[in-house]
Ligand binder design. Structure first.
Ligand SMILES: Cc1cc2nc3c(=O)[nH]c(=O)nc-3n(C[C@H](O)[C@H](O)[C@H](O)COP(=O)(O)O)c2cc1C
Length: 236
């Protein structure tokens, strides 16, 4: 079959991928329109999932008291995490803005239900984590679809799942996977905030690609791509 993505469509997808950001600030108070939110949720729901188990649920949250409880949990967990850091990095970590729970008009908790469709799911027996991986695929779809709608998403993982369970009435067998903050933004940063703050930098593609075996950095039959990656050439 001929590729049924034309150049413009391909560029659109790559633009969403490369310009997606984790957003913690710059939110504006404009509400997300129902049609747009439905499109984003539908995109998330069309993610791949192990054995087609679709093990996700999306809890949509606007209630201010709920958000305040979640924010309190964030504050506690952030302080707790700071104890693991030594020296000047600690104050740097504490100065970072790492959530936009109250500023964003919509929060979404994405959960994983390991029991959906019963105990046997095709593909899950050998690697049970594939259920969780599926939920992460849905989150990525949601993140990219939001970006194309001009909506920023921030993933807040500095939270207690026990607090989330309690405030959102999540049953014991369901696992909270992500707490997301969504909203329109003034702008999307061109680079990750943590990169701009010189916390960590993006690795080169060359560092993360191996050829045929773990840690094998070259092999004659892979020279062409190796050179292209090293020269930082584009897919075009
Ligand atoms: C599983 C996961 C958990 C994350 N948790 C947080 C978080 O608690 N707070 C935060 O500010 N960013 C969080 N992030 C966002 C990352 O810091 C961000 O993706 C990374 O710095 C790269 O930036 P970018 O997403 O803008 O490209 C999380 C991202 C992922 C994938």
């Amino acid at each position: 079959m001929e590729n049924d993505f034309n150049k413009e469509e391909k560029n659109g997808l790559y633009k969403a991928i490369f310009s997606r950001r984790d957003v913690r600030s710059n939110f504006i108070s404009k509400d997300i329109n129902t049609k747009v939110l439905t499109r984003i949720l539908r995109a998330a729901h069309h993610a791949p999932s192990v054995g087609f188990s679709q093990p996700w649920n999306f809890i949509l949250i606007k209630n201010h008291d709920t958000k305040k409880t979640v924010k309190e949990s964030f504050k506690k967990e952030k302080q707790k995490a700071a104890k693991e850091i030594d020296g000047s990095k600690k104050s740097k970590y504490l100065s970072f803005k790492l959530e936009g729970i109250l500023e964003s008009p919509l929060n979404i908790c994405v959960t994983y239900d390991p029991s959906k469709f019963g105990p046997f799911i095709i593909g899950k027996s050998s690697v049970p984590n594939t259920g969780l991986y599926s939920v992460c695929c849905a989150i990525q779809n949601l993140w990219l679809a939001s970006r194309t709608e001009g909506i920023g998403v921030g993933w807040v993982s500095i939270l207690s799942n026990d607090v989330l369970r309690k405030v959102l009435k999540i049953p014991d067998h369901i696992i909270p996977v992500a707490y997301l903050c969504l909203g329109y933004v003034y702008e999307f940063s061109s680079r990750p905030d943590l990169e701009k703050a010189k916390w960590l930098s993006r690795l080169s593609l060359d560092e993360v690609v191996f050829y045929e075996e773990w840690d094998k950095k070259q092999s004659p039959q892979w020279n062409e791509i190796k050179n292209m990656i090293k020269a930082n050439l584009d897919y075009a």
